[in-house]
Design a binder for this molecule. Structure first.
Ligand SMILES: Cc1cc2nc3c(=O)[nH]c(=O)nc-3n(C[C@H](O)[C@H](O)[C@H](O)COP(=O)(O)OP(=O)(O)OC[C@H]3O[C@@H](n4cnc5c(N)ncnc54)[C@H](O)[C@@H]3O)c2cc1C
Length: 459
């Protein structure tokens, strides 16, 4: 027998619980389906656990610098991986239980635990139950991409999910993938005490960023003893008694790295391949992302896709913003759109990279009359006082419209400082408005007006 609801929400990630909340507050009956852990990737295997472990790694790093700060620390600083994991597990558990308890307590919401699959445009099966609804919200997220690389089936490898169970220190971790996720794990494990090699097929790290950012990040990580194998064109794997051999070149047999463990951090793919989307008539693109319009409706107007599965964002804040957009349109008469959103994200190495809007390369390519300002963190008083002077700040603006086009703050508190710039971008204020602000001393942000004042034309 089919159970009828006003709405079905598939996935309890970063948008699902919130949209369920708005629907039930509006008096609707909702079936919420989750096949694994409430909170999804961010809470269980993504943002929250990694930032918790990054904090442990940062504390260890600072402790090693004791003499620089003028205190003595007896004995070697070693990671107790069981305790690091236990701390991480507690933080994620608290968050997960909070979300689960919230959803379970929503009046009008029935929670189904299992894998959801469309059987028709209005019907979804969960195990042997069939549910139907007038509106359906898909929030199924994504998972680590594991392409069929040669030898991958002969080795044991870690992903961002399985590494969460690791409660020991790998002797030598090989991170395949020199982008956001890979670099966070690389620095974290290096600071825990592992040898770390990053294997990247491109000629530079995080190739989406400007070259100066990539180079500076590489130098920062090399300074901590991380090895890099860039231009690794033909990556393949073979087992070794001591662990795994990662071959990094197709031209000769000995270009290889031998390590104890391998972490694959080579992108994400959407969880749309086993969702029965064809039965619902929901279109996907060539990479499996659900095609949506600016209001997040799919090719079926009664079905919405929110979060990573729609390919419009790959972050918790973009998934949550998807919820805000759908809720604003459905309940508040507010015509919010995905295209209102500005690019913003952070890379949580230490020092962090906070990013907003365009890169310098994108700004140049746009054909605008571009102004660029840069400042080394060695010229930022607060960074000097904190003993954290690695990195630099960069801002990019349009000389004609006075619009701030983008920023990259690689340095102490860069993930926070970038919001000062993002605020001005959202306010659609000219960069000159920032020059009149009187910031607090001593902060990293206090140099933003100076950074703007020192911008130069790059023509
Ligand atoms: C290591 C790592 C670190 C990250 N760090 C950050 C960060 O610092 N900041 C940031 O903004 N983002 C970060 N991200 C990205 C962030 O985690 C994701 O963008 C975010 O979780 C996406 O949310 P979502 O709601 O789209 O999907 P998810 O959080 O993935 O949730 C999807 C949910 O749907 C469920 N599901 C899937 N298929 C089905 C089905 N068929 N039936 C029932 N349930 C289903 C899943 O079990 C899951 O619970 C990180 C990601 C990783 C991997």
């Amino acid at each position: 027998m089919t159970q009828k609801f006003d709405a079905i929400v598939i996935g309890a990630g970063q948008a699902g619980p919130s949209i369920t909340g708005r629907l039930t507050e509006a008096g609707k009956t909702v079936a919420m389906i989750e096949r694994n852990l409430f909170g999804g990737t961010c809470v269980n295997t993504g943002c929250k656990p990694t930032k918790t472990m990054v904090a442990s790694a940062y504390a260890m790093h600072q402790a090693r610098r004791a003499a620089e700060y003028g205190f003595a620390y007896a004995g070697p600083i070693t990671a107790d991986m069981k305790r690091i994991k236990a701390r991480k597990d507690q933080v994620t558990l608290d968050s997960r239980l909070g979300i689960e308890g919230w959803v379970n307590g929503m009046e009008g919401c029935t929670v189904f635990r299992g894998h959801a699959r469309f059987v028709s445009p209005h019907k979804v099966s969960v195990d042997d139950e069939t549910l139907s609804a007038d509106q359906i919200f898909i929030n199924v997220g994504g998972r680590a991409n594991v392409p069929p690389m040669p030898g991958i089936d002969q080795i044991t490898y870690l992903t961002n999910s399985t590494i969460m169970d690791v409660d020991f220190l790998p002797a030598h971790l090989i991170v395949v993938g020199g982008s956001y996720i890979g670099l966070e794990f690389a620095q974290m494990y290096r600071r825990f005490g592992a040898n770390v090699t990053v294997v990247e097929k491109g000629s530079r790290l995080i190739s989406r960023e400007d070259e100066d950012i990539s180079h500076s990040i590489k130098a920062i990580l090399e300074d901590e003893g991380i090895d890099f194998r860039l231009d690794a064109e033909c990556i393949s794997f073979s087992p070794r008694e001591s662990g795994v051999c990662v071959h990094v070149d197709c031209s000769s047999g000995d270009r290889s790295v031998i390590g104890s463990h391998v972490l694959l951090a080579i992108g994400r793919r959407p969880n749309t391949d086993d969702l029965g989307l064809d039965k619902a008539g929901v279109a996907v693109d060539a990479r499996g992302y659900i095609t949506v319009g600016d209001d997040l409706r799919t090719s079926q107007p009664h079905i919405y896709a929110l979060g990573d599965c729609n390919g419009k964002g790959a972050f918790t804040h973009t998934a949550y913003n998807d919820f805000e957009i759908v809720a604003a349109n459905l309940f508040d008469g507010d015509n919010r759109r995905v295209s209102d959103r500005k690019t913003a994200y952070a890379l949580y190495i230490d020092p962090p990279l906070g990013r907003a809007g365009m890169t310098e390369a994108e700004a140049r390519k746009s054909g605008r009359n571009v102004l660029v300002g840069t400042r080394s963190m060695t010229q930022v008083g607060r960074a000097v006082e904190r003993g954290e002077t690695k990195g630099f700040m960069k801002i990019v603006a349009d000389a004609d419209s006075k619009e701030i086009l983008g920023a990259a703050i690689l340095g102490a508190s860069g993930d926070e400082v970038v919001h000062g710039i993002l605020d001005v971008m959202y306010a659609k204020a000219p960069y000159t408005a920032m020059q009149r602000m009187v910031p607090i001393h001593p902060t990293v942000s206090e140099l933003l007006p100076t950074l703007i004042a020192e911008m130069k034309s790059i023509r």
